[in-house]
Write a protein that binds this ligand. Structure first.
Ligand SMILES: Nc1ncnc2c1ncn2[C@@H]1O[C@H](COP(=O)(O)OP(=O)(O)O)[C@@H](O)[C@H]1O
Ligand SMILES: [Mg+2]
Length: 275
């Protein structure tokens, strides 16, 4: 939290008139302006995430009430399963201090942010995980593009990683939150995803990967990161900023690797894609 802003009180153990069945049981994260808690409803055996943002922490153009609903409406309009739904946005004045808060009430996601995950898994990330991340993000970008919407603030702190013990395939799931209410037309979403991809690729121990994974690593680094997700790259082809084409390229990496290996051998296939 920036130095000049007064801290947010801790609300552990409290309940609130706007969601009376829920008690704050755990502090789960702090962003630039707010503090996020897990709120538990014993009666329902269920959890929600409450984000408390003091009104004075918001930029002045974001103090109008409707703006906060816009952020929630935007997330709730999307059908992509990555998107964390908002259940409500409430305005609450702390009777003890008179301080006013916007409270964003969202589905709770058990897990960690992608930023925390990257920090905790240096040297320990598999290509399969990165491919699943990219595929999930391309699905979200596709819907955003089709609807002419943007997230407005995608980065590794606003992506959550969750992995159920009961998922037969053991796959991770990626969830996206913290949509920004206003759009200035220029989407930084592709760049945000590129930076997260870069962070993940830096966690891979390249020398320990099998050749198929080295090949995929090179495709992700040279093509996706180097050409398709960032700026206007001189060698970018019609895959750039095109989630549908990028997804089909991602799905065809095994075929590409097999074909290249068959003609010149797997080592040469990896070398050929490295630039
Ligand atoms: N619905 C949620 N479930 C679980 N954790 C969450 C949820 N929403 C946010 N968090 C955690 O809280 C942190 C801050 O939340 P965020 O909405 O990004 O706040 P800010 O607007 O201050 O950046 C996130 O990085 C994430 O770790
Ligand atoms: Mg955030």
């Amino acid at each position: 939290m920036p130095e000049h802003l007064p801290p947010v009180e801790h609300f552990l153990g409290e309940t609130f008139p706007f969601f009376p069945n829920h008690e704050i049981v755990e502090h789960i994260g702090s962003g630039a302006i707010g503090r996020v808690y897990r709120a538990h409803a014993a009666k329902l055996d269920g959890d929600l995430a409450f984000k408390f943002v003091p009104i004075e922490h918001l930029p002045s153009h974001q103090r109008e009430r409707d703006i906060h609903f816009e952020e929630a409406r935007k997330a709730n309009a999307l059908e992509n399963p990555c998107v964390v739904p908002y259940l409500d946005v409430r305005f609450w004045e702390d009777p003890a201090t008179g301080r006013e808060f916007v409270v964003y009430i969202r589905q709770y996601v058990r897990g960690s942010s992608l930023a925390q995950f990257i920090h905790a898994n240096r040297g320990n990330v598999e290509l399969r995980f990165i491919e699943q991340f990219l595929s999930a993000m391309l699905g979200l970008l596709f819907e955003l593009d089709q609807r002419k919407m943007v997230h407005g603030d995608i980065h590794a702190d606003n992506v959550l990683v969750t992995r159920s013990r009961y998922n037969l395939r053991g796959d991770a799931q990626f969830r996206v939150t913290d949509f920004k209410p206003t759009e200035d037309g220029q989407s930084g979403d592709y760049l945000g995803i590129a930076l997260a991809l870069k962070g993940l690729l830096e966690c891979v121990r390249y020398e320990e990967q099998r050749l198929r994974d080295r090949y995929v690593f090179e495709v992700l680094r040279n093509d996706f990161l180097g050409r398709y997700l960032v700026g206007s790259h001189p060698t970018a082809d019609d895959h750039a900023f095109n989630p549908r084409r990028l997804q089909s390229k991602l799905e065809s990496v095994d075929e590409m690797f097999s074909a290249a290996s068959a003609s010149r051998g797997p080592e040469a296939a990896v070398r050929a894609v490295r630039r």
